[in-house]
Design a protein around this ligand. Structure first.
Ligand SMILES: NC(=O)c1ccc[n+]([C@@H]2O[C@H](COP(=O)([O-])OP(=O)(O)OC[C@H]3O[C@@H](n4cnc5c(N)ncnc54)[C@H](O)[C@@H]3O)[C@@H](O)[C@H]2O)c1
Ligand SMILES: O=C(O)C1=N[C@H](C(=O)O)CCC1
Length: 265
């Protein structure tokens, strides 16, 4: 298998650390550089507790020009992730983006840029295989249960709400059941936000607590019955087989893929 040259943005973050480990441990992956907002020019092994001697860049353009990677793995923040993804496409580097918080307009812009450049991009709101199955099962269930609410639960350091996974789940359910107002037509919130966010009538509730990692329950209700579909990630290693799959698959893509469910049967 040919070696894939990788740059990771956000290597010292919770996800970035796991991604560095994944790349270090995968024979046909090579970490050629990392992008951080400090430690310019230092070796990653000197800046933190890593084995890799990849150089840290604070300037993404310098990083791409000097290291000429095949793939960028972005695990930063919503604002920075968008800038990095656009820059990667401009430089002909395929982006695998785990960073969440992208709007529809952002996705559209990136899709157009991908078409212009003729190279693939993956935006994956969730890399965990169990979470992808939870979303697929929810889409299946929505054909039979049209009333549903989503409870997404994450650690309290998360910047975006709802989570990328919660939003993607709502989009997937809505694609099969359409828009539907749920609950009583005269329902009123006596405390703003009590009914959560509303995507095409699907209420999405975001819980943030220390102790949590990434969890979601999709709760369907029908005549005299409920159905709960739940997934729990207890650590960030749970996301890494999905990251590996994306890096391998992106080499054969020439379009933007939004969601891992589009890459697995
Ligand atoms: N797709 C998935 O499966 C998945 C799973 C977990 C987290 N996430 C998403 O990944 C992102 C990162 O999550 P996290 O928990 O690792 O966050 P984190 O806060 O632990 O890490 C983010 C890192 O980005 C770095 N960073 C900030 N600005 C930067 C810049 N300009 N250049 C380079 N690096 C910069 C920070 O220093 C930090 O180390 C979030 O958007 C989160 O929602 C996605
Ligand atoms: O920890 C996070 O932040 C996560 N974000 C993703 C999301 O927004 O869905 C996936 C799970 C972890």
């Amino acid at each position: 298998m040919e070696t894939i040259k990788i740059v990771i943005a956000g290597p010292r973050g919770r996800m970035g650390r796991e991604a560095v480990k994944l790349v270090e441990e995968t024979e046909h992956f090579s970490l050629v550089g990392v992008i951080d907002h400090k430690f310019e020019g230092q070796k990653l092994s000197k800046a933190d507790d890593f084995k890799s001697n990849a150089i840290i860049y604070t300037d993404i353009e310098k990083c791409f020009s000097e290291t000429k990677p095949d793939v960028l793995i972005d695990l930063t923040t919503p604002e920075i992730g968008k800038i990095h993804t656009k820059k990667a496409l401009e430089y002909g580097v395929r982006p695998v983006v785990g960073t969440t918080g992208f709007s529809d307009a952002d996705l559209k812009e990136l899709e157009e840029l991908t078409e212009d450049r003729g190279i693939g991009a993956i935006i994956a709101p969730n890399f965990a295989i169990g979470a992808i199955l939870m979303m697929k099962f929810s889409q299946m269930a929505a054909k039979y249960f049209s009333d549903v609410e989503i409870l997404e639960m994450h650690h309290d350091q998360k910047l975006d709400a709802p989570s990328g996974t919660g939003l993607k789940t709502a989009e997937m359910i809505s694609a099969v059941r359409g828009a539907k107002e749920q609950g009583h037509p005269d329902e009123k919130e006596t405390l703003a936000g009590a009914r959560g966010a509303n995507y095409q009538g699907i209420h999405v509730h975001s819980i943030r607590l220390p102790g949590l990692v990434a969890h979601q329950e999709v709760l369907f209700g029908g005549d005299g019955q409920t159905l709960s579909i739940r997934h729990d990630s207890f650590n960030r290693a749970s996301f890494m087989s999905g990251v590996k799959l994306c890096v391998e698959q992106i080499m054969n893509l020439d379009v933007l893929v939004y969601g891992l469910e589009n890459l697995i049967d």
